[in-house]
Design a protein around this ligand. Sequence first.
Ligand SMILES: NC(=O)c1ccc[n+]([C@@H]2O[C@H](COP(=O)([O-])OP(=O)(O)OC[C@H]3O[C@@H](n4cnc5c(N)ncnc54)[C@H](OP(=O)(O)O)[C@@H]3O)[C@@H](O)[C@H]2O)c1
Length: 257
Amino acid sequence: MAETYPWKLAWITGASGAICSEVTKRLAADGVTVAATARSADKLAALAAANDRIKAYPADVLEPDALKAIVAGIESALGPIGLALFGAGMYAPFDIRNIDLDGFHRTMALNVDGVINGVAAVLPSMLQRKSGHIAIMGSLFGYSGWPGNGSYGASKAALINLAESLKLDLEGTGIDITIVNPGFVDTPLNASYDQKKKLYVISADKCARRILAKLGDKPYEIAFPSKVEGFLKTVRSLPRSLSFPLIRWFTRQTEQP
Ligand SMILES: NC(=O)c1ccc[n+]([C@@H]2O[C@H](COP(=O)([O-])OP(=O)(O)OC[C@H]3O[C@@H](n4cnc5c(N)ncnc54)[C@H](OP(=O)(O)O)[C@@H]3O)[C@@H](O)[C@H]2O)c1
């Protein structure tokens, strides 16, 4: 049975990626028009070929003016954007003995600047209409620092903080904020992450289903799997004298052959 959603039109960045392409296809199949953004026009064209409700709007999220133009183009052609889902993101390994500064800077730029550029582009018309829903793809790794995750974790922690600020700033404006924090998803994004340290991995399709099962209710937070969420939130809430030894103990367990 088709799901019903509270939005007629969604704008999704990272729409050609593993998780957001599944979200895009599922929304379109259930009657939502999706304006799909990523850099690769070819991948977006292939996505759009799957369903008439998917419209390709290629852009680089690191270019704020291009995003403003994209939003203006989408809204004049398709109507008001009900949902803006910011999913463009990347992972770069973090080796404390050989810090990849370029990887760090690129990760922070795409994962953080890429999101706020999108928010800045879509927010003015949402504020004018006094309605809209902004969803940000974070990660469970944003809840706590983790060995070897200094780039990605820092970028996702920034998004969790940003989402909290947006939530507070936008109270009473009619605009809802959701931070989406999945755990490991089997996608090309984390291909370079040590396989034996990936726990509770789910497929991109399952991830999309779990997001969409809740997103229409516009909760502040969607996080899964619950075991990893519970562990990381517990770690976060402990005094540091307990949390650091606990993380060290936990990571030693997953380093066993
Ligand atoms: N995979 C996981 O385990 C996992 C877990 C938790 C959260 N997440 C988050 O979920 C989101 C999607 O992850 P994924 O695994 O599906 O990633 P993915 O398959 O690698 O897709 C990344 C997407 O971002 C787009 N992109 C990259 N740079 C861009 C730019 N400068 N401008 C516009 N678009 C750009 C890519 O398209 P182009 O290259 O064509 O631009 C692609 O559509 C990310 O925010 C990620 O951090 C992932």
